[in-house]
Design a binder for this molecule. Structure first.
Ligand code: TRP
Length: 336
């Protein structure tokens, strides 16, 4: 990181497949940012332990997420696996002491996830890991002195907490040590579910709500065909469902089709089947090269795993340096 470029850090949980919403909302942007910044991107498996999960699936999902990110165009040298850099967990512990119980209690994602768990089972186990999650996130960010963090609006509060933690640490230990990370919001539209355009596209809503970019062509076409458009009388205004289809079409890069179909809409003679046809073609074309790279990666898994072990070891050097300095500042013993 010896050039003059600013540092970008972001991370994603190993949730299984990257769906269209993740790709257009986050990953595509990560790929683009690599041209302009020093980018470091993590697959955060420690974060994934905070909600109920199966041990047997976690490691598999972590590698799967890595392979899919590579297929989307994230460079191996910029990628790490969180648990391969134990300094994250160590810094998390230290930062927990400059973050108050009250601050963590105000995190809306904690409240949302808690009620989500309690909805399925009123006696659900709520781990303190879930409560502590934002401190780990702050450690992920601060350990690399990130200037910018590309995230969605739902992470705004966590990022603000990271800034507060940095500020309190700097104040308490008498040095402007940690950088104050700023959010980098993506301009891309929030992608909604095709089956229920009132909700954000998400895997947790169920199969028919998200588009798997690694899935087969026929499924993508079928999903677009059955996408919800109008749900009632809209008085000439564009419904959320149709707006979502237009946003998606734009995101696939089909500018000309987008422009001409928009005119059709304004003139009141838009045929949904035309819009859906263009969108399906756009999506299939967009996914094609990604799927090809994914197949190639899957045929050479071992080689790609080694690359990621190596890049994690390189990235770890930066994290270890931060931790040595943090231990100096906080009075904790340094082994070397
Ligand atoms: N909390 C983030 C999410 O759910 C994932 C995450 C963990 C993250 N650590 C991070 C995002 C650091 C940005 C930076 O999307």
């Amino acid at each position: 990181m010896s050039n003059n470029k600013k540092n970008v850090l972001s991370a994603i949980q190993p949730t299984g497949d990257i769906h269209l919403g993740n790709y257009l909302g986050a990953v595509k942007n990560w790929v683009r940012l690599q041209e302009m910044y020093n980018c470091t991107y993590g697959v955060v498996d420690y974060h994934a332990m905070t909600m109920p999960y199966k041990a047997k699936n976690l490691r598999e999902n972590t590698w799967k997420m890595i392979f899919q990110l590579l297929a989307c165009g994230v460079k191996a040298e910029n990628l790490f696996i969180q648990s391969m850099i134990p300094e994250h967990a160590e810094l998390c512990w230290i930062l927990g002491n400059v973050c108050s119980y009250g601050e963590l209690s105000r995190m809306t994602q904690f409240k949302d996830k808690t009620s989500q768990l309690k909805d399925t089972d009123k006696d659900a186990f709520i781990s303190s890991g879930l409560f502590y999650y934002p401190v780990m996130q702050a450690a992920d960010i601060l350990i690399y002195h990130a200037d910018f963090v590309p995230v969605g609006k739902d992470q705004e509060q966590h990022l603000e907490l990271s800034r507060n933690i940095a500020q309190r640490f700097n104040h308490q230990f008498g040095k402007e040590y940690f950088t104050h990370p700023e959010p980098l919001y993506t301009e891309s539209a929030k992608i909604m579910s095709l089956a229920n355009p009132e909700k954000k596209m998400s895997k947790s809503l169920g199969e028919k709500h998200y588009v798997n970019i690694f899935g087969d062509e026929a499924r993508i076409r079928k999903q677009v065909k059955s996408a919800v458009t109008d749900t009632g009388d809209s008085n000439g205004e564009m419904s959320t469902g149709v707006a979502n289809l237009f946003a998606l079409l734009k995101a696939t890069g089909r500018e000309a089709a987008h422009a001409s179909l928009s005119i059709d809409f304004t003139e009141g003679n838009l045929k949904y089947s035309d819009l859906k046809h263009e969108l399906a073609e756009g999506l299939v074309a967009m996914c094609q090269p990604i799927k090809e790279r994914y197949t190639e990666i899957n045929n050479n898994k071992k080689e790609y795993k080694n690359q990621i072990k190596q890049s994690s070891a390189e990235i770890r050097k930066v994290a270890a340096q931060t931790l040595r300095e943090v231990k100096e500042l906080t009075g904790i013993m340094n082994a070397k």
